[in-house]
Design a protein. Sequence first.
Length: 357
Amino acid sequence: MPDISSRAPQVHVPRQRGGAALVSYVLPAFNEFDGIRRFHEELVAALCERPEYAYELVYVNDGSSDGTLAVLEDIAKNDRRVRVVDFARNFGHQMAITAGIDVARGDAVIVMDTDLQDPPRVSLELIDAWRDGAEIVHARRRSRQDTFFKRTTAHAFYRVLRSSTDVDIPVDTGDFRLMDRRAADELRRFRERSRFVRGMVASMGFRQSEVHFDRDERFAGETKYPLKKMARLAVDGLTGFSTAPLRMITKLGFAVLALSLLGIVYALGMKVLRPDITVSGWTMLMVVVLFLGGVQMLSLGVLGSYIGRTYSEVQGRPLYTVRQIIAHGTDTAPAPAAAPVHVPVPVGGDGTGHGDR
């Protein structure tokens, strides 16, 4: 029996308004109660500047615990373009993006955060670049209103990652981008659990372009990417698109071997040439033992990261679980937790839940 857990069916996207293109927005939200309504108002105001397109707004509630879902339900009741994908628990930002892309039906799909750091009007520039022929349009940060530590580490990470992989991953870009329908359908075929979406998109090819923008400060609340999550995302990006850490172990092994040989030559030389001053001490012994132990633990840690990724993939569990999809003011039935293939939600007031493969 063929394995269908990693496949996503191709979706026929109907044109809207007598032929107007449909643009889908994928909008992950986690504990954004204080700012989500303001974000929606600014997004709607921006969309009014492009009335020639039809729009679909797919909010993904990533297990929020602060009332975000209630606000999104109210927004959906008053805006028939809105659908809300409600996760059964928090699965993380990258999974929320994945779920939104899975249900989006647009001719183009735009992914952006809902904290107003990504200005909604910049998304119109992405649409313009798509209209000019680009199939993937990255929003590249010209400047960002973050702490010095975050700016410095992000700057270094993207350049180290780019130099370590064969994939041309754009620097200074997050997940704010537009994908053509063909690119979005291709991305839906990528079903690995340790997800680094921006790297996956870059690896697909297609005609890619960039739009530069200045990233604003967060409107309300606190960042949902603390240091621990940023480090985990960095590890997923590096181990998912590069074998550089494994090659580093090999280089480190050769370096340790060279130092060991030098130490052996030195010890033998002193034993033969200056036996009178050769004293067996514990200092050198402890230095060597601790150094080799540290190298071994580092090597095991790197190997463990790759083995852990393999273990997670072999388990074959769903990437996420959807409790319900809310559309046009109607709550839908719970989605099956382990459906093998995503089923697109039909247009209308009673969308159905979907599972994951």
